[in-house]
Design a binder for this molecule. Sequence first.
Ligand code: NAP
Length: 482
Amino acid sequence: MTVQRDMEIIKRDLFIDGDWVSANDYQSLYSPYSEEEIGSIPLANEEETNRAIASAYKARTIMAKMPIYQRAAILEQLALLLEERLEEAARIIALEAAKPLKTAREEVRRTIQTYKFAAEEAKQLRGETIPLDAAPGGVNRIGYTVREPIGVIGAITPFNFPMNLVAHKVGPAIASGNSIVLKPASQTPLSSYYIAELFKEAGLPDGCLNVITGGGRTVGDQLVKDDRISKITFTGSPAVGIGIRNKAGLKRVTLELGSNAALIIDDGIEIDQIIDRCVTGAFSFQGQVCISLQRVYVHENLYETFVTNLAEATAKLTIGDPLDEATDVSALISKGDVERSLAWINEAKSQGAQVVLGGESQDNVLLPTILTNVDNQMKVSCQEVFAPIVIVNSFSNINEAIARVNDSRYGLQAGVYTNNIQTALFAADELHVGGVIINDIPTFRVDNMPYGGVKESGVGREGIKYAVEEMTELKLVVFNKN
Ligand code: NAP
């Protein structure tokens, strides 16, 4: 599939049981940047969704019985194919998500890493021996555990990393011997269908991965409620995630949800050395990253310098077409998100916040925005902005800064720049988040680290090894030698 600006509309079918299956209904897919029609995407109905689940259910035994070296070989082959087609894959992401091409390439590189990690992790699946004779009733018995695949995984994914967040579900599911039904976000289905094509080429047996598109409230809901699916792995917004948890019954559920990630910059830090990282953290993919840098708390001695330097560096970002090599910041995923972001900025302004930079839109692009004097209760601070908006406030002592970071419904990752080892250790203890990043932005992530949040940022962890644990059942075997 070649993707270019003057291309024909891409028509995709459902991917069920290793075949491309026509659906009853299709809907048009539009570029978030140019609003041109770019694709025609199937809208699966109940019967079609049912077929996809039945296919994965039937294939679960193929996956469970597949030797580990074969699972690993398929994942390695997928990584190789993606390496060969990196440019094509990046253009698909840029086109459907309006992710600037250079950021999209970075996502494909990470996706390759994720599948490679999954191939390696498949070989690490193991249980342990249990010293049963440690209890008086256990003498002369041998006990050991094995990790068995859980069965069928229902994967529901968001728009913002349409390839790598799919890899974080499909990779560990295959590594641990499960079959999958994948429902990607309606705005970014092309990346998932592309990966399905590559998996077929890589030799994954029919039915082991099924990809279906359609509304979250219809297809997504059906996956969550179907008893043949043993686990739902969801990445997306807290509102949808909480709804899924309430409907999933006894299914195992992993929820990777939102955040309003914060950074503390302690006294004594060389501001010049961290500005580029802060710009990357706040404005990469227009701030539509779950650990995007949304709140900065800077020591009062550095505050003025930081705000001035951040604004200068941000003003140099290139705004434009995601398919243009030079572009740093492009359109938000929808017009509604541009309007929502502007409303939140206006609310903050009316309550006393200052706009240092940006604060307005050009077509579907929200200009990179820096706000100061923002109260923790304003929406741009306490909600997840998911837009190129960063707020900067000052603090005078570290306790106050930590309290402000923790004053949030979310807790995914937090960053602390400090030269003081005591402050670093204290912050690592006190910050109530899934990951504390010392001397970097909270946006730092590589794909083998445990990743997930506390509070409304979710339940469970990804990062291949940790996802594999959540996609397998621990079984105990006991031999009686008496
Ligand atoms: P979203 O609106 O919650 O959608 C995520 C997925 O859920 C989509 O596939 C969506 O389908 C589906 N969905 C919607 N309603 C559903 C329902 N009732 N039942 C089952 N599925 C349903 O999220 P998004 O706007 O795509 O992504 C942005 C959010 O993801 C942000 O909050 C961000 O922080 C979060 N996120 C978190 C992480 C993390 O690792 N913690 C990583 C990335 C993103 P449709 O597209 O068809 O509606």
